[in-house]
Design a protein around this ligand. Structure first.
Ligand code: ADP
Ligand code: MG
Length: 430
């Protein structure tokens, strides 16, 4: 279809069954359909996939979608196929395909049947695929999880750095970058690396007004404090994040002996146990999952009522993502982090084996975590500022939803500790 002939609401209903666009979706879709380079920053769950799927389905030619995880690509392809009677409408191209399968994919693309072609960045570098893709009409290239291009993001993938040169070989196709990473530094990296500083940029607000943010000083009584907190939220679903597998097991046991239904979740457990524990949580057979960051990728339980960080994470980006799993349904979501400077030192030590450039970034990110934990200002304002967003701490939505705003207090000793860390960063720079 020509871009001017497309009735967006009709397409939305036809393919997705939705009556309305969510947030900025309609503007994004229009930008893509009119052939502009487009950059989309929306929190997880904001509805980024539809932003490129709808234009891909409506436009002539095939859209290439670059995505970092094979499992995610498969999910998306299955979802799109279920919207259509034509299985060839979406394909994945990767190294696991047989020769016959690859030929089928090429045939479907050549005949104009395939609207979405999902590829991993490393597959896209293959000479054979590039020359094939040069010979077929393409609508655009969408790069999902575009923060993977930046060392400042939480999931840097070097293969993403090659994308621009490959896209150049594919000819003059519009590029769409999408991410849930909102820090200005990462955004800048994405635009620069993809050579799309001219892109139409759409950024949704990252404010989660229903989440309550709280930081408590971590003392040796942290476990009994957590137990008390959970008892105050009896029967509610919650996640407790710990840094190490050992700690996960330990806390899960402490909770169990205290009569709280909890299961551990970490990458050291076998796949069957992990799946079982995840299901138990989703089915509400247990209230609490104690987990490392291995838990949560793709978890979409709407009524998680609290997220506790037994150990503070290594960046505010991670903290935002992990706390973001609370209150998806718009209901209560209490985000409680335990903080001690000793934990920061532990995180520093973890980093000390890494290359200097990586350490430098790591320390700078940690420094923001320290500042967040020790601040006496509105935590929401702090977090949103970190994401390049100005928050009105008087009238903004959720303005009174944190410990500092509810119980203002002066913090003095905090200053020294920030200075110590700054010194560390400086030493490395020299
Ligand atoms: P993101 O990639 O931004 O994390 P997804 O694309 O996975 O988000 O979408 C999150 C959820 O929102 C999905 O369940 C999707 O079906 C739903 N969704 C997307 N757009 C709409 C819409 N216009 N109306 C209703 N639900 C939508
Ligand atoms: Mg997504």
């Amino acid at each position: 279809m020509k871009s001017t002939e497309i009735d967006l609401h009709k397409e939305l209903k036809k393919y997705f069954g939705f009556n309305k666009f969510k947030g900025l979706q309609e503007d994004v879709v229009k930008s893509i359909i009119s052939g502009h380079n487009t950059f989309v920053i929306m929190p997880t769950g904001g509805g980024k996939s539809l932003c490129y799927q709808l234009p891909a389905l409506a436009l002539d030619g095939t859209a290439i979608v670059v995505s970092p995880l094979i499992a995610l690509m498969k999910n998306q392809v299955d979802a799109i196929r279920s919207l259509s009677s034509e299985p060839g409408i979406a394909h994945v191209l990767n190294s696991s395909l047989t020769k016959t399968e690859i030929n089928q994919v090429k045939k479907d693309i050549s005949s104009g049947l395939t609207k979405l072609l999902y590829v991993a960045p490393e597959s896209l570098t293959k000479e054979e695929y590039v020359s094939f893709l040069q010979s077929v009409p393409l609508s655009f290239v969408a790069i999902d999880e575009a923060h993977c291009i930046s060392e400042w993001g939480h999931d840097f993938r070097p293969e993403y750095r090659n994308l621009r040169s490959i896209i150049r070989q594919l000819g003059d196709v519009p590029v769409i970058g999408l991410t849930a990473t909102a820090t200005p530094k990462v955004q800048e990296d994405i635009l620069k690396n993809l050579e799309m500083t001219d892109a139409n940029t759409f950024k949704a607000s990252f404010n989660r007004a229903n989440l309550f943010y709280e930081v408590r000083t971590k003392t040796k009584n942290v476990e009994s404090d957590i137990i008390r907190f959970i008892r105050q939220h009896k029967g509610k679903s919650g996640v407790i994040y710990c840094l190490s597998r050992k700690k996960v097991e330990e806390i899960a046991q402490v909770l169990q002996v205290n009569g709280i239904s909890a299961v551990p979740y970490h990458a050291g457990l076998d796949a069957k146990t992990r799946a079982k524990h995840q299901d138990m949580f989703l089915m509400e057979d247990v209230d609490v999952v104690v987990a490392t960051i291995a838990f949560g990728m793709g978890i979409d339980k709407p009524d998680v009522r609290f997220v506790i960080h037994h150990d503070i994470p290594k960046s505010l980006e991670s903290y935002y993502q992990e706390t973001g799993r609370a209150g998806r349904d718009g209901g209560e979501g209490h985000c409680l982090a335990y903080y001690s400077y000793k934990d920061i030192e532990k995180l520093e030590k973890f980093m000390s084996g890494k290359p200097v450039a990586e350490q430098e970034i790591g320390f700078a990110l940690l420094q923001e975590v320290v500042a967040y934990a020790e601040t006496s200002m509105s935590r929401r304002k702090f977090l949103l500022h970190y994401f390049g967003e100005e928050f009105d701490e008087v009238n903004g939505e959720g303005a009174d939803m944190d410990d500092n705003v509810r119980n203002p207090k002066k913090k003095v000793e905090a200053q020294d500790q920030v200075v110590t860390l700054l010194k560390v960063v400086k030493n490395i720079n020299q």
